[in-house]
Design a protein around this ligand. Structure first.
Ligand SMILES: [Zn+2]
Length: 498
């Protein structure tokens, strides 16, 4: 369940609509939601954010988070007031240096600048706050995870409201400066390039990170606690920062053996998807996440992925998301298969690359492993519903869809598509319809029927992807060497819903 799903804040009232009709040039309130059908109150209308400067202090002993977030934004209409998505208790809001009025309810921070913010102008919003993030639950769920030695701000589709005020939807990406001061001896990991630490005279240390490419709010993260940090340089010259919780215990070696290979996995996926879209690389392994997430430039992994030894498939999945999900983000959450289908396909490409089973063998085995009467085939990857946003079908049937497309348009067009789509949509957002239109233009083929069958029709498609010879292969479908590891990865990734 998402934070957004059950918020009851008002939409535009009849009175304000009448006012809009009567006085078209008068400033209006920004909408409390950005218009996502799955989460009507997610994000906000009326402005675009270009930069978040998040400057915080965190005391692990009391789970106290305090500081300021400074937001640079441009109104997309004349605004009389606007909303930010935020749960923590705010002490002051200033808009263009002037004290603003504000109110908080149900995860919405409503800001009244006491004057009109003109469309297209530069607006600076400073929000000051102090609170205990773990004390907030939405529908019984707290995305902020307090740990024995710190905290983890990592979740999808919502985490930002637990640590910084934002326009919380993937369609409003922004650049980030993130700095967190903690008692000296505690480590802080976040997105982008590590800018170093500064000792403070009070016995605290400030950690600084900067990410210069646009990022969706749910992909911004902080991990705070006792970590071993390893820094190196990737073959493509980029800085690599990996972090390993001191609480990994017996999973430590396998976590290091997996995540240290991030630059190798990135190099391979660059050969498939084109240039890596960001300026830094890395990964974080820790108990207490419960899943893995493609946090931009620095994916995060629960210790459970490494319980049975190294797992480079989950690394391939999360690094694959840097192109499919992070650089090219969903326009609405129903487009989630564009993220998960391609990230899962990245696992199959990696399997073939390391000689543990070809893409075709993986596709055949997954197709054969779900009987026609399995409820798996009733979830539609192209419109799974908010409750099934991370259902296994979004991943596996999503990857089968990608492979069915490859079979239909041929390898030459398909591998060109894998490079040209992320390049065309870099740092942007996309819908399923836009992807289908792009694939049709690139291949010169009519693909409506294929996508209708694979994404939007309940039931098991009669023909397996790459069906030429499938009947012959079906008799001999054997489990790829990579399958157990990929299946284990899928079970830990899918079903993560709230
Ligand atoms: Zn994923």
């Amino acid at each position: 369940m998402s934070l957004r799903a059950k918020l009851t804040l008002g939409t535009a009232t009849a009175a304000s609509l009448l006012l809009l009709a009567g006085t078209a040039t008068a400033a209006q309130p920004g909408a409390p939601g950005i218009g996502d059908p799955y989460y009507p109150n997610a994000g906000n209308g009326g402005y675009d954010v270009s930069h978040y400067d998040i400057r915080l202090n965190y005391q692990p002993a009391s789970d106290t988070l305090s500081g300021t977030t400074t937001i640079l934004a441009k109104p997309t209409q004349d605004l009389s007031r606007f909303n930010l998505d935020f749960l923590l208790k705010v002490s002051s809001v200033r808009v263009d240096n002037k004290v603003a009025a504000f109110s908080q309810s149900g995860g919405e921070l409503v800001v009244d600048p006491r004057g009109t913010l003109r469309e297209g102008s530069n607006v600076t919003v400073v929000v000051t706050y102090s609170d205990v993030p773990s004390s907030y639950a939405v529908d019984g769920y707290t995305s902020w995870k307090r740990t024995p030695d710190g905290a983890l701000a990592i979740d999808q589709p919502d985490i930002a409201p637990w640590w910084f005020p934002s326009n919380n939807h993937p369609t409003d990406k922004a650049k980030f400066d993130i700095s967190v001061a903690v008692p000296t001896g505690v480590e802080v990991i976040s997105n982008g390039t590590f800018g170093g630490t500064t000792q403070q005279i009070n016995g605290w240390t400030r950690w600084r990170y900067r990410h210069v490419e646009p990022m969706a709010t749910y992909l911004a993260f902080i991990a705070i606690g006792q970590f071993e940090i390893r820094q190196s340089t990737a073959p493509n010259g980029q800085p690599v920062l990996n972090a390993y919780s001191e609480r990994l215990g017996a999973d430590y070696g396998a976590a290091v053996a997996s995540i240290e290979r991030t630059p190798e996995v990135t190099e391979f996926l660059e050969s498939q998807f084109g240039p890596y879209p960001f300026e830094a690389q890395g990964g974080v392994a820790t108990p207490g996440i419960g899943f893995a997430l493609e946090n931009q430039t620095r994916s995060t992994y629960d210790a459970a992925f490494f319980r049975r030894g190294s797992n480079t498939y989950v690394v391939a999945h999360e690094v694959g998301h840097q192109w499919f999900g992070d650089s090219v983000s969903v326009k609405g959450w129903k487009d989630i298969w564009l993220n998960e289908g391609f990230a899962s396909y990245a696992e199959w490409l990696w399997s073939e690359h390391v000689g543990e089973g070809t893409v075709q063998e993986n596709s055949d085995f997954v197709y054969a492993s779900y009987p026609a009467d399995s409820p798996f085939w009733q979830v539609l990857p192209g419109d799974p519903g908010a409750a099934n946003q991370f259902h296994g079908a979004v991943y596996d049937r999503g990857a089968l869809t990608v492979h069915a497309l490859r079979a239909e348009i041929g390898d030459e067009a398909f591998f060109r598509l894998l490079r040209e789509w992320p390049a065309a949509k870099r740092n942007g957002n996309a819908t399923t319809d836009e992807f289908i239109a792009f694939a049709e233009r690139l291949s010169g083929k009519q693909l409506d029927e294929l996508f209708r069958t694979w994404l939007f029709t309940p039931g098991k498609p009669a023909v397996a992807p790459g069906a030429t010879g499938f009947a012959a292969r079906a008799a001999a479908v054997t489990e790829p060497k990579s399958f157990k590891k990929i299946q284990e990865t899928r079970e830990l990734l899918a079903g993560h819903q709230h």
